[in-house]
Design a binder for this molecule. Structure first.
Ligand code: WT7
Length: 658
């Protein structure tokens, strides 16, 4: 936890403002305060009730089998098809003409997809994948822009019991190669390109580059035409989506799969350089994403228009663009591009155009809009909005208040939802019809979720105390493991509080005087940049893979817009240039090439030494002091106490170019 977090803490624990739910919303809310009592009384019965919101082919015989902890089985023996639950059942229920997706492309093209349309598209894609030999348990990598095809690809995999591994479109060829190898994918679905900031960014060329890095088992690459950019073509491997999918029959008989059939792998950064393939399965995951979407947003499927601004490449997109909203039969907006293209009012223009009622976005986006000024959203009619969600990082009280006042017209409850790739679905959040919210607090565990804040020994801290966030009971959408690495799964999440059997989330948290929760950010070497998780080690490895770098240390420094910014300290090799601007920019580009543009350091400082303890551990705390322009803290454990003077005097920095 950084010192600036600590400082903010004393303020936030004195937060006096309370925002009770609007009466009209409370009067017709999907969940009332009784839900907490009901779940407390019998947690498993509560989850069973949530699971019944889905269509099952075979009912489970046991709600939870935790005998082989930490490997959970939920809804044991139950069978269902996730794709049927997200699509077909709404059509069968006579809601086929209801809009599932309002797609808005960045250049302004639009596409309306009803549930009946979606059923046909998914059936065609499932038939195409079957033709190409994809079946239950096979891994399919998806590297697509925000598009209808991304949703369809994921649902087509789910329909066949195949496992999708979506790779965010901003990741590099190297990152794709690593993920394709780790999951042993046999097929990749990509596009020629997508639109971002008025330009086409290439995707297929990056996939080509990834597959040229070494041998993989990828036999086929399906390519959606979107960017109309030039692409190279390998006729023995590449297929246009329209050719292979477009000609298929638009019906497909789906089969039910075991509740524990793997649904997807999604890679996320851990504290080592190697990303973890987080594994989610079908029944429990779908139960909890559908329930939380229904509860935290008070979704009224017949009238609401939901918009989650995340990318499908992250877990937020998986759970709250694809599986949660579609399982609930909601109507939603999907937008391809950035909020400032072609103008800074684009989001609000879209919200107005589709009459968005429920909005889910990230604090970094909210802070960006704050910076752009109140007058921009003021030009649009946002009166349809009724609930506003936040996710990805702690939301500071100023941003919370601004979101409430300027976007929510002082009438919409804000749900600050804490969860992780690993938890699969929201865990901590207010209920909009129940909770009197406090600006900056995620409040408490949702009904059915057991969470606590404990000290180093695993003892719960009293109200007013701070410590580590833990989940004390298993939950349906919990990760079932790390792909191919059971040991890392136990070690990362379950070893810290092994005696208590708690899941260690990696976040610091505080309980205020009422016992409400305030999230304080990561306690490990994971940075949170614009709501994206990036490990310091991953960026360090990328830097030292450059021939001119001898050593590197990376820290996340507080950033007013992105939450944290990546600051790197590098020692160059003797024969390398002496830290000129050209070298710094070469290194930034090198990181982008190794990982992706999201990991580009905000700042690189060329230094003669790094501060280390006598045992050789880099003291990141001191580097953070430098990066955040603070006076240097306690240096008594440094092996060489003159190092910090050397660093401070010899700094060579370059401002970010983008
Ligand atoms: C980490 C998980 C959850 C989907 C997006 C990120 C941080 C997430 C909040 C919140 C404070 C939050 C935590 C967590 N985080 N939501 N509402 N308040 N912190 O998923 O990439 O798996 O990252 O994001 O530090 O551990 P992720």
């Amino acid at each position: 936890m950084t010192e600036s977090n600590q400082e903010g803490l004393s303020n936030l624990l004195h937060e006096e403002r309370r925002f009770p739910p609007p009466e009209a919303l409370a009067a017709q809310a999907n969940y009332t305060a009784d839900a907490y009592a009901e779940a407390d009384k019998d947690r498993l019965a509560f989850w069973e009730k949530q699971a019944r919101r889905l269509d099952w082919d075979t009912e489970w015989s046991e709600v939870l089998d935790w005998t082989n902890a930490p490997f959970a089985k939920w809804f044991v023996g139950g069978r269902l098809n996730a794709s049927v639950n997200c699509v077909d059942r709404h059509v069968s229920a006579g809601r086929g003409e209801k809009v599932a997706i309002h797609f808005e492309g960045e250049p302004g093209d639009t596409r309306t997809v009803t549930y009946a349309d979606l059923a046909k598209l998914v059936a065609q894609a499932a038939n195409a994948l079957t033709d190409l030999g994809v079946g239950q348990g096979d891994r399919v990598a998806v590297y697509l822009p925000m598009s209808v095809e991304a949703v369809v690809s994921m649902l087509a995999c789910a329909r066949l019991g195949a496992i999708h591994s979506v790779i965010f479109g901003g990741f590099s060829a190297q990152a794709i190669y690593d993920r394709v190898l780790d999951a042993d994918a046999k097929l990749i679905i990509t596009a020629d390109g997508g639109y971002r900031r008025g330009k086409v960014f290439p995707l297929k060329p990056i996939v080509d580059e990834a597959l040229a890095k070494g041998s993989t088992n990828v036999a086929r690459v399906i390519v959606v035409k979107r960017g109309e950019n030039e692409v190279d073509w390998d006729a023995s491997r590449d297929l246009w989506w329209d050719d292979i999918v477009g000609r298929q029959p638009d019906t497909h008989e789906a089969q039910a799969f075991d509740a524990e059939n793997p649904l997807f792998i999604l890679y996320t950064s851990g504290t080592t350089g190697k990303p973890k393939g987080i594994l989610h399965t079908t029944g429990g995951y779908l139960t909890q994403v559908a329930y939380t979407h229904h509860a935290a947003f008070d979704l009224k499927a017949d009238t609401d228009v939901f918009w989650c601004t995340a990318d499908i490449g992250w877990v937020t997109g998986h759970s709250y663009i694809v599986y949660g909203p579609l399982a609930n039969g909601a109507t939603q907006v999907i937008y391809e591009g950035t909020p400032d293209t072609p103008h800074r009012g684009r989001f609000w223009e879209i919200a107005q155009k589709y009459g968005v009622t429920l909005l889910y976005t990230a604090p970094t986006t909210i802070r960006t809009f704050m910076k752009w000024g109140d007058d921009i959203p003021a030009q649009f009619d946002l009166s349809a909005l009724r609930v506003l969600g936040s996710v990805g990082e702690p939301i500071n009280p100023e941003a919370w208040m601004w979101y409430r006042r300027v976007i929510g017209g002082d009438r919409c409850p804000i749900v600050d939802t804490w969860w992780q790739t690993e938890t699969g679905a929201m865990m901590i959040s207010p209920l909009p019809g129940v909770t009197a919210t406090k600006p900056g607090s995620a409040m408490k565990g949702l009904p059915g979720v057991s969470v606590d804040v404990v000290d180093d020994t695993g003892t719960p801290v009293p109200n007013g105390g701070g410590g580590l966030l833990v989940l004390t009971e298993p939950w349906p959408s919990m990760l079932r493991g790390i792909w191919g690495d059971d040991e890392r799964f136990r070690e990362t999440y379950w070893s810290r509080f092994a005696d208590e059997g708690y899941y260690f989330a990696g976040d610091g948290a505080k309980k205020d005087a009422d016992g409400d929760l305030w999230l304080l950010g990561r306690v490990d070497d994971v940075m949170n940049v614009s709501g994206h998780r990036i490990s310091t080690t991953e960026v360090e490895s990328a830097l030292v893979s450059h021939p001119s770098v001898a050593e590197a240390a990376v820290v996340g420094a507080t950033d007013p817009t992105t939450g944290q910014g990546i600051v790197a300290f590098v020692i160059l090799r003797g024969d390398a240039a002496d830290g000129g601007e050209a070298m710094v920019s070469e290194l930034r580009n090198h990181v982008a090439k190794e990982i992706g543009a999201i990991a580009k350091p905000r700042q690189i400082m060329v230094v003669p030494e790094l501060p280390k303890t006598r045992s050789g551990k880099i003291m990141r705390r001191l580097l953070r002091d430098v990066a955040e322009n603070r006076s240097i803290g306690d240096v008594t454990t440094l092996a060489d106490s003159t190092v910090m003077d050397l660093i401070s005097s010899g700094l060579s920095t370059a401002p970010p170019e983008d």
